[in-house]
Design a protein around this ligand. Structure first.
Ligand code: GAL
Length: 421
């Protein structure tokens, strides 16, 4: 319950500031009182989130910018239209100041180099990290780089696993390499960016031209809200996620072993040797996958002796999908993560049925991040809200929410990362 308490405390903090401002206004003369009141109003009632941007280079002749969203509590989020990347998330702390809690790179060139030029990690490097990016059209893996829909068999471009047997995150050069068109959005108590791109019919083998929109908004109450919409010209499959790697003690502050995690899930989907779900929904009870009660990420990550412990050696850590409790399509609690040292925490809510938590297992120390430090295994964890991996091979099966999108339908998805400190 600590997270609820902390959320309330922030709310109380805002309230207290308002009450103090009102008392101060009353104790001053009338002109000064009016000025103080309007100042207080600006911080409590009106839109206190600002948006600004700078040019950030170009890719393929298309201009890229870096936007900054900042709220009155000292939180800010930087987003670029290259790959729909959340480049950094700056979160205050009572004890240790404001720090960036998202892994990323300092320059556009570093993103392009990682997203467009890095082969599958089997070749020895960290591979494409997808740091902070908008992932699609099918986030996570599709086995055997193929699937069948309405009687048609589609062969995709493989980019993951031995001999590139599987298709990961939409295949090579997918949405995280697009320069998205961007529109700024401001509303009462939030500011954000609406990004749009088009995934051509047949790209990487997927049927249908998909038009997709992702909106990122920072609110005055410290939430990063993400909304997706997509349409298609032909029946296809779709699965989207944001691929932020979190380290609540600060990007490049070391391993996340001591950071705590609660996942609102009783079951997970064990995988085969190429990280494709076996089709089983296994109870987390008594396994290293039991995060029903908040505990440190490092508690069982090295314990291969527990039931399903061998899953940790296969994936080199956590790289698994949890089946979230609650209904797919309805907003619900997915996870709470917190750093006991700084008190920073992030609570995840989503309409998605699954959560992929990945502990940066493929980071091998060959990438220099935003602040000039090297990233390694367990430098971060992801909270990738999504449908279950390889769902295109379970179309119509009980327990597997559909990933099929037909012409005339609008795909929607929402996820909120709500911060407190
Ligand atoms: C994750 C995936 C990992 C790894 C990572 C990107 O979503 O589950 O296995 O591929 O993306 O490097």
């Amino acid at each position: 319950m600590q997270y609820a308490f902390r959320g309330n405390r922030r709310f109380l903090g805002v309230l207290t500031a308002g009450v103090l401002a009102a008392l101060l206004a009353l104790s001053l003369g009338s002109g000064a009182a009016a000025r103080t009141r309007s100042h207080a109003k600006a911080h409590i009632g009106a839109n206190t989130v600002t948006i600004s941007s700078i040019p950030w280079g170009s890719v393929g002749g298309k201009a890229v910018r870096l936007w900054t969203l900042t709220n009155a509590n000292g939180m800010s989020v930087k987003i670029t239209n290259y790959g729909g990347v959340v480049q950094s998330i700056w979160v205050p702390s009572k004890h240790s100041g404001t720090t960036n809690v998202a892994l990323g790179f300092a320059s556009l060139d570093d993103y392009v180099n990682d997203f467009q030029h890095q082969p599958w990690p089997a070749s020895g490097g960290s591979g494409d990290t997808y740091f902070g990016s908008a992932v699609g059209r099918y986030a996570n893996r599709i086995a055997d780089h193929s699937f069948t829909l309405d009687g048609h068999h589609y062969t995709l471009v493989g980019n993951n696993g031995p001999n590139n047997v599987n298709t990961l995150h939409g295949g090579p050069n997918a949405w995280n390499t697009h320069v998205w068109s961007a529109t700024e959005k401001t509303s009462t108590n939030s500011a954000g960016l609406q990004l749009t791109t088009v995934d051509p019919d047949g790209y990487n083998g997927f049927p249908g031209k998909v038009t997709v929109q992702v909106t990122y908004e920072l609110t005055s109450t410290n939430a990063l809200e993400i909304h997706w919409r997509a349409t298609t010209t032909d029946p296809t499959v779709i699965n989207v996620t944001n691929h932020t790697y979190f380290n609540l003690a600060g990007e490049a502050s070391g391993p996340v072993y001591d950071q705590k995690l609660m996942i609102n899930s009783d079951k997970f989907t064990p995988t085969d040797a190429t990280l494709i779900p076996t089709g089983q929904f296994a109870s987390v009870a008594g396994t290293p996958f039991d995060f029903r009660t908040m505990h440190a990420i490092g508690d069982y990550i090295l314990d291969a002796r527990m039931p399903f412990g061998s899953q940790l050696t296969t994936a080199h850590g956590y790289d698994h999908n949890w089946v979230l409790n609650g209904e797919a399509g309805k907003m619900k609690l997915a996870a709470v993560a917190m750093d006991p040292a700084s008190g920073r925490q992030v609570t995840t809510y989503t309409t998605e049925p699954g959560l992929q938590v990945y502990t940066g297992n493929f980071l091998v120390g060959d990438l220099v991040g935003t602040s000039g430090h090297i990233y390694r295994q367990t430098s971060a964890f992801t909270l990738e809200t999504q449908h279950y991996p390889d769902s295109p091979h379970h179309i119509g099966q009980a327990g597997w929410p559909t990933v099929v999108l037909n012409p005339g339908q609008t795909f929607t998805s929402a996820t909120t990362y709500s911060f407190a400190w």
